[in-house]
Design a protein around this ligand. Structure first.
Ligand code: URA
Length: 434
């Protein structure tokens, strides 16, 4: 079959057969199909969508592009958590150590920054020395010893997702229910997990802008997981304003440290605890969700989640002292404050604009070859609903090069809405699917 025919048929809204999808994914993974043809195909999927059968076939093809990671020799129930992508979303780095400290085994397979959203792997790699490219044997050994290990998709695990992920990032083809569902689930199914907790983001700073689309994405991933015998739950959560105060890799590690010491932002703490509770519950470490919530809260208050994270940083070659001495993390060399033009209430902080501004100054990638500047980002001084004075500081931009700071500052200024009336408080956790 000719690749161009498959592209044209998808462009015209036809359903492709599983073997046609398999041949596209195989051809691309083996570098027989060039980037430009795969980009055209991905764009056609963004416009036309995919049927459930096609999404199932795409997930299976990406999963079969690599090995399955057998974790049966690691004792205990295994649970992972994955987000569909947000701004300032560092919940994985808080929920995973809390769940592991409570007794769940957490083999965490994370992604890199995508579009205006951050990536757990990039955040972790802001920690000097920390390796996320563990071999499968190292991954297993670390899980057995510490109950928690972080890796990315690799040459061995869902390599097709790795290639497609960076191509999508550079071709405006991220925002697709079919592509997100298959990308996430191919990585998750490659690993011998018992349960998966998903955080499906909705709002300005998410790929899904409407709750109905977020629900569809959640339902699709839950269904794929269940068909593969995984216990599944998905939360649909608000991503209109950034989560917490910090956006940018090293800045987010600092906020993770504060949050694991129970001194973090309220929204970030609340969501991380809820995700950890669901991980503990689905791993059957606690018999009820309420007991799982007590456990997660207990691991936060007694500092064992914080100690677990430091233990895992050291196990992966990083310097755990960064959690107490932030000067050991990459630090920005310049800072610019953004002021409120008038007095009033912060009625919105557009998370996508804050995310894009962070990418502009180097916190994310413009092209798939770009490297990340771990030191840069934005720290909010206010959150939606708070009162500000005219000239009050709304946020601070941290940078290492001057080049794109003016452009980033304009985007950040545009992100804030200041109104005379206090806005209604938004729910953070909107729905549970599964
Ligand atoms: N996270 C992933 O792993 N893949 C996507 O496509 C989006 C978020």
């Amino acid at each position: 079959m000719r690749t161009v025919d498959l592209i044209q048929r998808k462009r015209d809204g036809e359903e492709l057969a599983p073997e046609e999808i398999q041949s596209l994914v195989d051809g691309y993974t083996r570098a027989e199909i060039p980037d430009y043809q795969m980009s055209a195909f991905l764009m056609a999927v963004c416009w036309q969508g995919m049927t459930d059968r096609e999404v199932g076939a795409l997930t299976a093809s990406m999963l079969n592009s690599g090995e399955r990671v057998d974790l049966s020799m690691v004792p205990g129930a295994k649970v992972d958590k994955h987000s569909t992508g947000g701004v300032g979303d560092k919940t994985s780095l808080i929920a995973a150590p809390l769940a592991a400290a409570a007794g769940a085994v957490v083999p965490m397979i994370s992604g890199r920054s995508l579009g205006f959203t951050g990536g757990t792997l990039d955040k972790l790699e802001a920690i000097p020395g920390l390796r996320t490219n563990l071999t499968i044997d190292e991954f297993r050994a670390q899980l057995a010893a510490h109950k928690l290990a972080f890796i990315g998709q690799t040459e061995q695990v869902a390599p097709a997702d790795g290639k497609l992920y960076s191509l999508r990032d550079a071709t405006g083809t991220v925002e697709s229910i079919a592509l997100i569902a298959s990308s996430i689930m191919s990585k998750k199914l490659a690993v011998g997990l018992d349960a998966i907790v998903l955080d499906v983001k909705v709002g300005a700073g998410a790929f899904m802008k409407k709750q109905v689309d977020a629900r569809r994405l959640a339902q699709q991933m839950v269904a794929i997981g269940r068909r593969n015998d995984r216990r599944m739950q998905a939360l649909i959560t608000d991503m209109n304003q950034p989560l917490g105060f910090a956006v940018g890799n090293a800045l987010e590690i600092m906020e993770v440290s504060q949050t694991l010491q129970n001194a973090g932002p309220v929204d970030l703490t609340r969501l991380s605890l809820e995700l950890a509770s669901r991980m503990i519950f689905l791993a059957k470490v606690a018999p009820t969700l309420d007991e799982a919530r007590e456990m997660a809260q207990g691991r936060l208050l007694d500092g064992s989640g914080y100690r677990k994270f430091k233990e895992v940083i050291a196990a992966q070659g990083g310097n755990p002292k960064v959690m107490d001495q932030f000067e050991l993390l990459p630090n920005a060399t310049g800072m610019r404050e953004i002021y409120s033009p008038r007095a009033g209430y912060v009625s919105a902080i557009d998370a996508a604009l804050i995310g894009q501004a962070s990418v502009l100054i180097g916190a994310g990638r413009d092209t798939k070859e770009d490297s990340i500047d771990p030191a840069v980002g934005v720290i909010l001084e206010v959150k939606s609903g708070q009162k500000v004075d005219a000239g009050g500081v709304l946020c601070r931009i941290y940078y290492t090069g001057e080049e794109r700071v003016d452009e980033a500052a304009e985007q950040v200024e545009d992100a804030f809405r200041i109104s005379a009336a206090q806005p209604e408080e938004r729910e953070l956790i909107l729905e549970v699917v599964g």
